[in-house]
Design a protein around this ligand. Structure first.
Ligand code: SF4
Length: 304
C-alpha cells in the first residue's frame, strides 16, 4: 500500500503520506539551455512539481548547472549506460538522479553513484521497464511480465540496501496497463519505498490519457503511488494537464476548477457542446478550486 518512507526531491516531499506529486520530462535537447528552461517554465505554469531531463551526452551534463540555477522546479537527471554522466549531473547540483542499476556498468559503478548521491544528500529513482528487462529475467517475463518487473526492482533494492542507501523511489513500468497495475500492486506489498507510477510509452494524447487514467488511476484509488508521470507522445504540458485531471477526478488534489458538463441530448436547449468548450477555455485562467456545471436543460441542471 502507500509508502512508509519519504524522500525529498529538492523541496518536494514524495511518499510517507505526502500529496501525490506531478512530474513530467522535457523533450528539448538538454544542452539547449534556453529551450529547456523555457519548457520547464511552461511545465511549472501548468502545475508540474518536479521535472526530469535526459542526460545522454557530456554536453547535456555540462548544461545542468545553468538549468538547475534557472529552473523553478527541482530537476532530476535521467541517465542510462554511463555512470560518469550521473556523477557529473550530481556535481552540477541536480535534485535527484534516475538511473537503471542494470545498465549503468556494474555494481562498482552503482556504488560510485550512490557514494556521490549520499555526499550531496540527494535521492535516486530506480526501477524496471518491461522494454529493458535483464537477460536472466527474460524466461520469467515470458511467463509473467509483472513478476519479472517486480523481481528486477527488488534486485535493485537489495543492491542499494547492501550499500546502506535507502533514499530512493521505484518504478515498474510497462506499456501494458494490466501488467503495470499487477506489478505495482505486487511491489507495494513488498517494499515501503515511494513508488513512481506510470504507463510507459502510453501513446498520443487521446489513447495515452485513457491508458494512463486507467493504470495510474486504479492504483491511486487503491492508495498505491506517490508520484505520477503521464507519458504522452505530445507536448509535455499535456502530460501535466492530464495528471492533474486524474488527481482531481479521484479527489486526491485540488488545482483550478472542476467542470461538470452533460453529454447533451434531444432536450438540449442551450447548445451544450459549444458552450462547454467555451467555458472550459475560460476556466483555464482560474487556479482556485471550484465546480462549474454546464447543463443543457432542467432535467439534471438544478441538482448539478
Ligand atoms: Fe439531455 Fe438535459 Fe441531461 Fe443534458 S441535462 S443530457 S440536455 S437531459
Amino acid at each position: 500500500m502507500s509508502s512508509e518512507v519519504q524522500i525529498r526531491v529538492g523541496d518536494v516531499a514524495i511518499g510517507g503520506g505526502a500529496p501525490v506529486v506531478v512530474q513530467s520530462m522535457t523533450l528539448t535537447p538538454t544542452r539547449d539551455v534556453p529551450a529547456t528552461t523555457a519548457q520547464i517554465a511552461a511545465l511549472a505554469s501548468a502545475g508540474c512539481e518536479v521535472v526530469r531531463v535526459a542526460v545522454p551526452k557530456t554536453e547535456d551534463a555540462e548544461a545542468l548547472k545553468k538549468i538547475v540555477y534557472l529552473s523553478p522546479l527541482p530537476v532530476i537527471a535521467d541517465i542510462h549506460f554511463n555512470a560518469s554522466l550521473a556523477l557529473k549531473s550530481i556535481e552540477a547540483g541536480v535534485a535527484a538522479v534516475r538511473i537503471n542499476p542494470g545498465n549503468i556498468g556494474g555494481s562498482d559503478k552503482v556504488a560510485m553513484v550512490v557514494k556521490a548521491a549520499k555526499a550531496k544528500g540527494i535521492p535516486m529513482r530506480v526501477g524496471a521497464n518491461s522494454g529493458s528487462l535483464p537477460k536472466h529475467l527474460v524466461p520469467l517475463a515470458q511467463e509473467d511480465t509483472a513478476a519479472a518487473l517486480v523481481e528486477e526492482a527488488l534486485e535493485q533494492v537489495r543492491l542499494l540496501e547492501s550499500m546502506d542507501f535507502r533514499d530512493f523511489k521505484i518504478s515498474v513500468k510497462s506499456s501494458s496497463v494490466p501488467t503495470m497495475i499487477r506489478a505495482y500492486r505486487m511491489l507495494s506489498e513488498k517494499v515501503e519505498y515511494p513508488l513512481h507510477l506510470g504507463v510507459t510509452e502510453a501513446g498520443p494524447p487521446a489513447t495515452g490519457s485513457i491508458k494512463s487514467s486507467i493504470g495510474v488511476g486504479s492504483l491511486l484509488m487503491d492508495g498505491i503511488g506517490d508520484t505520477i508521470r503521464i507519458s504522452l507522445t505530445a507536448d509535455p504540458v499535456k502530460e501535466v494537464e492530464v495528471a492533474w485531471e486524474i488527481l482531481k477526478a479521484l479527489g486526491l488534489r485540488e488545482r483550478g476548477p472542476v467542470m461538470i458538463a452533460c453529454p447533451s441530448c434531444g432536450r438540449d436547449n442551450v447548445g451544450v457542446e459549444n458552450l462547454a468548450v467555451a467555458v472550459e477555455q475560460r476556466l483555464r485562467e482560474y487556479t482556485e478550486p471550484f465546480e462549474v456545471a454546464v447543463m443543457g436543460c432542467a432535467v439534471n441542471g438544478p441538482g448539478e
